[in-house]
Design a protein around this ligand. Sequence first.
Ligand code: PEP
Ligand code: MG
Length: 957
Amino acid sequence: MLTLGSDDILLGCHADDWQAALNGAADALVEAGFVEPGYRDGLHAREAQSSTFLGNAIAIPHGTPESRKFVKQTGVRVLQFPDGVQWHDGQHVHVLVTIAAQNDEHLDILRQLTHVLDREGVAEQLAEASSAADVARLLSKPAVMPRLDSDTLCVGFPAQDIEELTLGAAARLRQSGCVDNAFIGAIATSAPTWLGNGLWLASHAHGVVQPALGVATPANRGLSHHGHPVHALFCLAASGESHRSLLDQLLPLLDRGESESLVTQTSAQLLATLAGETASTQTRRARVLNPHGLHARPAKQLVQTARAQPMPVNVRLEEGSATPVSAASLTKVIGLGARRGQWLIFSADGEQAAQALDAVCQAVDDGLGEKVAPFDGGRESEAPAAHNAKPAAEPLADDTPHTGVAASPGLAIAPVFVIRPPNFEYPADADNPEQEIARLQAALKEGAAQLETLVHNAPGGEVADILSMHEEMLDDPELHQAAIEAIREGRSAEAGWWEAIDTAAHAQEMLADRLLAERAADLRDVGRRVLGVLCDVKLPTAPDHPYILVMDDIGPSDVARLDTSRVRGLLTVRGGATAHSAILARALGIPAVVGAGDAVMALPDGGMMILDGERGRVTHQPSEDRLQRAEQQLLDQQQREADAWKTRFESAQTRDGHRVEVAANLGNTAHADDAVERGAEGVGLLRTEFLFMAHASAPDLATQIDEYRQAIDALGGRPLVARTLDVGGDKPLPYWPVPQEDNPFLGLRGIRLALTQPEVLETQLRALLMAGKDSPLRIMLPMVKDIAEFRAAKAIYDRLLSEIAPSQRATDVQLGVMIEVPSSALLAPTLAAEVDFFSVGTNDLTQYTLAIDRGHPELSAQADGLHPAVLRLIQMTVDAAHVQGKWVGVCGELASDAMAVPVLVGLGVDELSVSARQIPLVKARLREFDLADAKASAQLALAQATSDDVRDALEAR
Ligand code: PEP
Ligand code: MG
């Protein structure tokens, strides 16, 4: 939001020409501390590309993407030129809104200025304004637009009467953050008004956070109230007069006489109707591909294309407001705020509408004058798994060790259970809807019976709860109705059902509430069960005895959902040791071998297997002799674990008393108390990206504070090291699309990505600082390559420290960096002078040092952190830190490697942060040697040539 204070506005400026005015603007940004002097060239370069004149005597100079490196902090300076300046495109400018933008903030600023551009007389008023407050008022007055978009719709609500329908619409408004509980209470007691033509209006101004219009349609077509049909109910969260224009837009619905059709419309269709798209309106969708969205230049191109058409063309955002705008209006198009990846809906009426829409969509596809990359729709659009295309691999030979990648230590001995992805084949369309509906109903019945048996046989607890929830989902009349409607439109029972499931799951995923969003996966599970009945495909049912689970690959969410009481081990075709699923497997204490190749999918269910997660080996159908040895080994291991458990609360130190802190790596703040219970002396790495991944959009300040507070409370005064958002590369965030990159691991990820949206980083830092009140808090930045990245983040951190009163935030706080990129280890002396601490992320440091993708199915076994090159980088890091009196932790997987522990201690590492389960074992390992041994091990390791040599030398010692 553009909020201007009097310091931001410089009145009474004079310039002989536009270059001098631009230089003045650059100086103002430098003076404010927003940019370095080099940004001036960026402003000129941008102006040379095309004019930043916006309209109404306002120009918005901003730098080129290349000049963003000079931006220290996002900010705006407004310069008023009462005499005006002749701009290079012939326009007359009175106000420069000059932007120091680290990312696309100028889009938001542009958007907020659009209301100024439409107002007559503003240019003169801006020229004549005699106080900064007047200029701020003229520029900043936000236009309060009532919301009407897909989030305020409630389609096919199973209401028994109009009161329930009203409450459904009001609840949707509350979910979208437009109203609070007071509105729900007020609307519940007010009678809806009959508008005519099946339409009703309920309205209240109480408890309104943002004016909005909710629209609810009933699932029951026959619903009536006081003798009138109920086809749709408008629920207005009113505030002043702002909703007037929206209601005007809906007036044609009253006259059209087709309101009955609203009852059967999907959200997208309803939005189109509300947007005024009638049966004669033609529409086309096009996706914004421009990396920085529809900013001024591409928007101009779009407007020019729209103006060249013989009829008016309208445009709206598919997921945005139901109010379309003219595609020929630059301010309106910019006002959409369309970002890369969003869909635009163009509409036009008339004879040549189709050609006109094709032309504008083509222009958008072509990039509107910019070089664009196709949109990577994320996992869903990934090419089919490569192994599916290969011929079936040979099964493993009996009693012969087969090597994969060691991903989670421990031995498992159990029969295998192989999950092969079910293959549902069905026709999309069918001729006989009644027959298809009967098939669907029979399948639903069968699905319900299956679930009932499963609930009955479930061991209780979470599994039974989840299965009962599936039963309820299967019973949902809304789902049935949606499927039946699709079948009546010509879809087969399978296609109609899956479309209904997929739409509902997608809507669920969009919910801000994390728990609700997670239920999308359950909906799909339920959907597949019925699909299995329809297609006569048996879904695999896990055995009720312990087993080793074999899968193609396993995502973090699969690991989190495992039935840990029965899964003894994990074996996958793909994956690497430091992939996040492997890290989670370690956190759950499940031995795992990953990247074992296609052959494992050919294993018959029930065959006995020994899985050695330490060495990364599996042996199918072992001989009696081998089995006995493995069983003895398992008993020994269990004894070691039991001994370590008994001493887990003793302080972590070597035999001769050298202290090394042992902390826990966490992905989920809810597990902090478990970590303490396992003897953790703090949290050494909180991977905050899991919190962001669990939400459909970036979690807000309050959500983050709650979340961090949970960990901090559980730690009871022990330190928390929280890493700021580390996404990109192998950790995509669906709502933060990154342009397709040839080498995403070397691309926009970690701190680089975070700095492109500094407001997200700022909210996270603010949440951490506020949650960390009264507790020791350490914040660390991921993937930092040099001091400049650290400084950019530190500028935000320092500002927050001065903004938030010390009584409201952490005071025992440190800001450090992760050493994950070789350059930062090489430059550790320059970093050590300014950071508070280092934490070595050996997973990434190893991949970047050895140039081996950490998830590579064949190579990642060689990505061994005990490689002498990695160890030398750690040595440089520790030495540089200790010279400056700073501490060093290791939070990569190497920290829990029994062989690596003495080496790291010998190199001088002060803290080891490992998965919570490993804590007792790592503490026990520390007690097995003294510091002198550790130093000798470190020297020995540093002197070797390869990681195998290091391991051999240490083993021989
Ligand atoms: C690392 O790279 O070692 C690390 C701890 O971070 P992550 O595994 O989350 O990338
Ligand atoms: Mg990392």
